[in-house]
Design a protein around this ligand. Structure first.
Ligand SMILES: [Zn+2]
Length: 151
């Protein structure tokens, strides 16, 4: 009976990206301690592991967390802009004053949208790396086909 049970749920794979090496490099985990506030008003130290690149010894980023953060910031900015636009142009009469406030809110949301700079940089670099890998595989396939044509 136990042999008939299959696990169809894929385990989430942690992908760590090094921003300095711009690659999925090997890493080693180092312990880091951060002081946290206690509910009783005290302070306790929280220990957790952080992956560090073997080649450059810099802290690596978890790509899944970066993608989630970028997506969450984009969604928050979209909702904020929608609400700001509705408030400025539907609740109040259109005027230069409301238009100026709306421009200020758009500028604020643009600044907030740029906040997760490292996460955006890691996601873009990993996407570019995946495209280069696909292109490299395609070039290998084309080279094999060209060799087969010659033979
Ligand atoms: Zn590195």
């Amino acid at each position: 009976m136990a042999e008939e049970i299959f696990n169809f749920v894929e385990e989430s794979k942690d992908e760590h990206w090094c921003l300095v090496c711009n690659n999925y490099t090997d890493y080693r985990r180092k312990w880091t301690t951060v002081p946290r506030a206690d509910l009783d008003g005290g302070v306790y130290s929280d220990n957790f592991e952080v992956p560090h690149c073997i080649h450059c010894d810099s802290m690596m980023l978890n790509l899944n967390d970066c993608k989630r953060l970028v997506w969450l910031i984009r969604l928050s900015v979209f909702i904020f802009l929608t609400v700001a636009t509705s408030v400025c142009f539907y609740l109040y009469d259109p005027s230069i004053k409301t238009f100026g406030v709306w421009i200020g809110l758009v500028g604020l949301s643009a600044l907030v949208g740029k906040l997760p700079r490292k996460s955006k940089q890691a996601v873009k670099a990993a996407h570019r790396y995946a495209k280069q890998q696909k292109l490299h595989v395609a070039q290998k396939i084309l080279n094999v086909e060209e060799v087969n044509k010659i033979i």
